[in-house]
Design a protein around this ligand. Structure first.
Ligand code: PMP
Ligand code: GLU
Length: 398
């Protein structure tokens, strides 16, 4: 029988990063030597003390439901982290822990958006923001990626043409996925002054906080007290503590927002597994110093990736300052091949995987055709071999 599906959900795109990662893994299982630069996941194992804490918790019988929105000890520890590292004061009631920052962001969209509300999303953006907004019945309004892409990431002048009476929120991501851009203090202050009187939620995704290689990443919440009443911080353990598979993320913000996000969790995933919370607590008790040497490794890989890319003819990029991505501009190369008209990096990415077994997410996924995203959180040898293959693939376009 032809029973209809939800029109709203039927229009959503499956996550391109997750889809490409799955495809790359399938090809590898078939015996191909695949180089996977697709998914944003550190290749380091989760630090041993964190693993041990969760194993111990399992042995002690922490195999039951946890508390919805995160147990009090974990929310207190997150509040202490935000106070110490970000100079931001929160009560535990203003904090919600969810199944990854992705669940938090999805629930935030559901909690904040009414039908037709508009959310400003500066491109290139992380792949899931637009779909979360659409799933909630809102309208993602993409602020295009400036073509010269050399200046500051986001200025009030870039935002203004996209503001309407329906604007409800803006999403900021620094350090940025996919460009690796880290917002400068002056830029944040200018943005904060502009946002000070705007009736919009400011969603600040700070999940790559610890991955800033040439200075510190600063939160707009820290620098601009005038936006604090509308500021919602999102962070997680996936990147900073190499805990992608544990699925722990959190938000901190106004209590009424936290309450709604917690309500949604009680009606969806319920809670985090109790033993997972023990791992997250351990991570916070050891702090970011635990990962300092790994951040140095990533910085070295960033430098290697930039060096290798600068050697490929007609490839352009902004050398990234944070996260673990390079957003590679291959428009000049694509212009040489009729198969990739209109900077069709989607088709090129498919051919790169099919023929050269290199997986890189195409710019279309981030709202910027003509680019490829490289995730360099892989071993140096893999990086070198993968970029050799990319060079060959681009040469073939001549
Ligand atoms: N925000 C950004 C910018 C990301 O790149 C990711 C990808 N992991 C997430 C949020 C979600 O992270 P997680 O669900 O693993 O906490
Ligand atoms: N955030 C990572 C990425 O952009 C992990 C996959 C995902 O959740 O999108 O690749």
């Amino acid at each position: 029988m032809d029973i209809s599906l939800s029109a709203r959900i039927s229009h959503l795109q499956p996550s391109p990063t997750v889809a490409l990662n799955t495809k790359a893994k399938e090809l590898a299982e078939q015996g191909h030597k695949v180089i996977n630069f697709s998914v944003g996941e550190p290749d380091f194992p989760t630090p041993e003390p964190i693993v041990e804490a969760a194993i111990e918790a399992l042995r002690q019988g922490k195999t039951k439901y946890g508390a919805a929105g995160g147990g009090l000890p974990l929310r207190k520890a997150i509040a202490a982290k935000l106070e110490k590292e970000n100079q931001l004061s929160y009560q535990p009631s203003q904090i919600v822990v969810g199944v990854g920052a992705k669940e938090i962001l999805f629930h935030l969209a559901l909690a904040l958006i009414n039908e037709g509300d508009e959310v400003l999303i500066p491109a290139p953006y992380w792949v899931s923001y637009t779909e979360h907004v659409l799933a909630a019945g809102g309208k993602p309004v993409v602020i295009p990626y400036p073509q010269d892409h050399k200046g500051p990431r986001l200025t009030p002048e870039m935002i203004k043409p996209y503001v309407t009476a329906k604007t409800k929120a803006i999403v900021l991501t620094s350090p940025n996925n996919p460009v690796g851009y880290v917002m400068e203090r002056e830029e944040i202050k200018e943005l904060g002054a502009y946002l000070a009187d705007k009736p919009w939620w400011i969603i600040s995704d700070e999940i790559y906080e610890y991955m800033a290689y040439d200075g510190e990443a600063v939160s707009i919440g820290t620098l601009c007290p005038a936006v604090r009443d509308r500021f919602i911080l999102v962070n997680g353990f996936s990147k900073g503590y190499a805990m992608t598979g544990w699925r722990v993320g959190y938000m901190a913000g106004p209590a009424r927002v936290a309450e709604l996000v917690r309500t949604l969790q009680t009606q969806s995933s319920t809670c985090l597994p109790a033993f997972v919370e023990e791992g997250a607590l351990k991570a916070l008790s050891l702090g970011p110093d635990l990962m300092k040497d790994k951040m140095q490794v990533l910085k070295g890989r960033r430098d290697l990736a930039v060096r290798l890319l600068q050697d490929i003819p007609d490839v352009d990029m902004i050398p990234p300052k944070g996260a673990f991505y390079v957003f590679i501009d291959i428009r000049k190369n694509l212009e040489k091949a009729s198969a990739y008209k209109n900077h069709n990096s989607l088709a090129f990415s498919a051919a790169l995987l099919e023929k050269h077994h290199v997986a890189m997410v195409p710019g279309e996924a981030f709202g910027a055709p003509g680019f490829l995203r490289l995730s360099y959180a892989v071993h140096e040898d893999v990086l070198t071999e993968g970029l050799r293959r990319l060079r060959v693939a681009l040469q073939e376009l001549r």
